[in-house]
Ligand binder design. Structure first.
Ligand SMILES: *Cc1c(COP(=O)(O)O)cnc(C)c1O
Length: 399
């Protein structure tokens, strides 16, 4: 991206060279492989002596354009695009860790990331410890001789808790750890972890990056030397993003900034109104002054993002009544869509955790997660408010 461009300009204008057709928008290269001019070119490409495409499992003009755009947004040196966010997380772990290594992760991670750490990596003798988000100083004691990686989410899913990335960067350097930040909730528009010392950033592009609930995708971007290992692993293990989904995502990113501005404004308004609503136990949103890490949010994010969580007095019983009373807000497992989505993590995305694991990760039984969409904020609020009122109606008495 041109050094002089603002984020928004790069998001729209960053592109690879166009073909002789002079197309304005990014063309779609639906091809599994590429042809060589002669035997010498074929040899040179395979020997990495000449840049260029070989096979779409390795690279494709659509995935390359997407990767270059996201690298520019994150301030990263290189990247790889994967079929899903979980492929990005798994590829990062599998490429950089070996048997006997240890990972330190923040306690609150995405449900499938927890499954990888708990049930899958131990098959290869890779183990982890969880550090509590509210007491990062205690993490010094969790670092072992074989700890290689620090894996965190900020804001976290679904608790919307934050970690101080500047502190994390210093902590990782002090202990010689690879710092990997899952930047899915914030997107590179709201925060850029590499500027605070992250070595790698992973994304589920399925969420706000696409922002319209159409495609799955993931990205890993960061330090050149680490990305070379990741790319080497990914080329042969095959988690590549499809050219079509990369093409969709390149177009999605052109509108990322305006979408995130509106998601954030709508979410802040909804969070503030919820906080003043009787029957609401607590509300968690990074840019609410009542958030325990509000000062950190203000330092490292330009806005609070589209996701908030809250709980009703009466916990899950009232929570389920609330979900059933919604009129247009969707009950769905996704987030980061133009449509407002409401979900109950304890019975869905995090249902595979034990009750004790959920509580440790801050997923209280009554926690409701709202991914605030791009509908008019008054309509979103009207739906939430009528559902809140419905939960307060006494049960009909049957005689
Ligand atoms: C959804 C999500 C993922 C996984 O992404 P998929 O595209 O669904 O595989 C990883 N991390 C976080 C924080 C997420 O919200």
């Amino acid at each position: 991206m041109s050094e002089n461009w603002q984020f928004e300009t790069g998001a729209v204008r960053h592109q690879r060279e166009r073909s002789s057709e002079g197309e304005h928008s990014v063309p779609l290269y639906l091809t599994s492989s590429f042809v060589f001019e002669d035997a010498e070119q074929m040899r040179a490409r395979f020997a990495d002596e000449e840049p260029g495409n070989i096979y779409s499992r390795y690279s494709n003009p659509n995935t390359s354009e997407l990767i270059e755009k996201v690298c520019a947004m994150e301030g990263a040196e290189d990247g790889f695009a994967t079929a899903t966010g979980m492929a990005a997380v798994f590829t990062t772990l599998a490429a950089l860790l070996k048997a006997g290594d240890h990972v330190l992760a923040c306690r609150s991670v995405f449900g499938s990331t927890h499954q990888l750490l708990t049930n899958i990596l131990p098959k290869w003798n890779i183990h982890h410890s969880y550090g509590p988000i509210e007491a990062p100083e205690s993490w010094h004691d969790l670092v072992q001789n074989n700890t290689r990686m620090l894996l965190v989410e900020t804001p976290s899913n679904p608790g919307v808790e934050l970690l101080d990335m500047e502190w994390l960067g210093a902590f990782a350097r002090q202990h010689g750890l690879i710092l990997v930040v899952d930047n899915c909730f914030a997107t590179p528009y709201l925060q850029q972890p590499i500027r605070f010392g992250a070595d790698l950033v992973v994304h589920s592009a399925t969420k706000f990056m696409d922002g319209q609930g159409r495609v799955l995708g993931g990205l890993i971007v960061g330090r050149q030397d680490l990305m070379e290992q990741v790319q080497g692993f990914a080329r042969h293990s095959g988690p590549a993003l499809s050219p079509f989904n990369a093409w969709v995502l390149s177009k999605s990113l052109e509108t990322l900034a305006v979408r995130m501005d509106r998601h954030s404004a709508n979410a802040l308004a909804v969070a503030s109104r919820l906080e003043q609503t009787p029957g609401v136990d607590w509300v968690r949103y990074p840019f609410l002054p009542s958030h325990p890490q509000y000062a950190i949010a203000k330092r490292q994010m330009i806005a609070g993002g589209g996701v908030l969580s809250f709980s009703l007095e009466g916990g899950i019983v009232q929570g389920r009544k609330f979900l059933d009373a919604l009129r247009f807000c969707s009950l769905s497992a996704n987030l980061g869509d133009s449509r407002t989505i409401v979900t109950h993590p304890a019975s869905t995305t995090h249902s595979k955790l034990t009750e004790a694991e959920r509580l440790a990760a801050g997923i209280l039984p009554g926690l409701i997660r709202v991914s605030v969409g791009l509908e008019h904020v008054d309509d979103i609020w009207a739906d939430l408010q009528q559902a809140l009122l419905a939960t307060q109606k006494p049960e009909p008495v049957t005689l």
